[in-house]
Design a protein around this ligand. Structure first.
Ligand code: ZN
Length: 250
């Protein structure tokens, strides 16, 4: 029973993260504008159209009024919220729940905004770094406050250096500033080792998907891929497997 209630609550949370992600990058509408509207015909959505996952499936991914397609990212993000956040309550000690809940929620928002618009909001990256420091200071994260600070610095520096080298040799811009802030944020919650391994896991995942796209002969593959979602998934993988990964490494 508790599990079902938890799943329903997380589906609603996922729906909220979707809205927040959409509004962060698409318009200046403040969150106080509470009614949800179709972005194409601006019709106010009814309560029955706002049921997470289910509404999207029942409407076959189309708006009830204008029939315009609704992004498949909506149900994906809602399901990802469950898969990512639900294990927190079973896997970690209660001390870490709040910190990891905020961490994963921020990463889910980044996955959505970066996939859709190649943008990462400062609100869910650099602005949350102080929170990583505070949580680790009060032992709400399994890293020391020094490691949290070092992780943030390392995250920014690693990607800044990568960008600098890439620009030096190719005269092109590789990563966006958003990616630098994102890895700094990840570092502030996971420390230097977590930051490094999140980058490694994210790069591996990104390369795999890139290779698969090329092998599949995807004509639309432009060579430009958002790196944020891979970093985010790398970080999420790291927090769940950190004990095992560190045991193997050390
Ligand atoms: Zn519409």
């Amino acid at each position: 029973m508790t599990l079902i209630v938890l799943i329903i609550m997380l589906l609603c949370w996922g729906s909220f993260l979707n809205q927040l992600a959409y509004r962060l990058v698409h318009d200046n509408i403040t969150l106080s504008k509470s009614r949800s509207t179709c972005p194409h015909c601006l019709t106010n959505l009814k309560a029955r159209d706002l049921i997470p996952v289910l509404s999207w499936c029942l409407l076959w991914g189309r708006c009830r009024s204008c029939q315009h397609s609704i992004s498949i990212l909506y149900p994906i993000i809602e399901l990802l919220t469950i898969v990512t956040i639900l294990p927190i309550f079973y896997y970690f000690s209660v001390t870490y729940w709040l910190a990891y809940f905020i961490f994963c929620s921020a990463l889910i928002i980044t996955i959505r905004t970066d996939l859709e618009t190649f943008l990462i909001s400062n609100l869910v990256s650099i602005y949350l770094i102080p929170l990583g420091l505070i949580f680790s200071y009060f032992n709400y994260l399994p890293v020391t406050v020094i490691n949290s600070g070092l992780g943030a610095i390392l995250g920014y520096s690693l990607l800044w250096l990568t960008n600098f080298m890439f620009a030096y040799f190719t005269n092109k811009q590789g990563l966006g500033t958003g990616d630098l802030f994102l890895l700094a944020f990840i570092g502030s919650f996971t420390g230097p080792i977590g930051c490094w391994l999140s980058l490694l896991l994210g790069s591996l995942l990104g390369s795999l998907v890139g290779i698969m796209q090329i092998l599949a002969g995807n004509n639309q593959f432009s060579g430009k891929i958002p790196f944020g979602p891979y970093l985010a998934l790398g970080a999420i993988t790291y927090i769940y497997w950190q004990d095992l990964i560190l045991r193997i490494m050390l």
